[in-house]
Design a protein around this ligand. Structure first.
Ligand code: SF4
Length: 91
């Protein structure tokens, strides 16, 4: 009888710890995703939309967590490079 109680207690402990682990992982992932959405580069005038040179001002920090709060951030206009995707020069 004592062994049965111990096994039940151990099993429920494992289930609860597993659920807690999944919940903590999801919470950590959600926080990281929220932080990544704070990266302003996709709305910046200096973002080139080219993987070879992502930013003409801060190429190392561009599109990374270091770009959060970037002092050179300039709101994108319709004439910037990032808006030129798919357009080709004539001639
Ligand atoms: S200037 Fe700053 S915010 Fe703009 S693209 Fe470069 S790193 Fe990102």
């Amino acid at each position: 009888m004592l062994a049965m109680i111990f096994c039940a207690f151990f099993s429920w402990t494992m289930v609860i710890l597993s659920i807690l682990s999944v919940w903590l992982t999801l919470k950590k992932g959600a926080n990281h995703l929220k932080q990544l959405h704070e990266i302003p580069c996709h709305n910046c005038e200096f973002f080139t939309n080219d993987y070879r040179l992502k930013c003409t001002v801060n190429p190392v920090e561009a599109c990374s967590e270091q770009a959060i709060g970037c002092r050179e951030f300039e709101p994108k206009t319709c004439n910037c490079n990032a808006s030129q995707k798919g357009r080709r020069k004539l001639g």
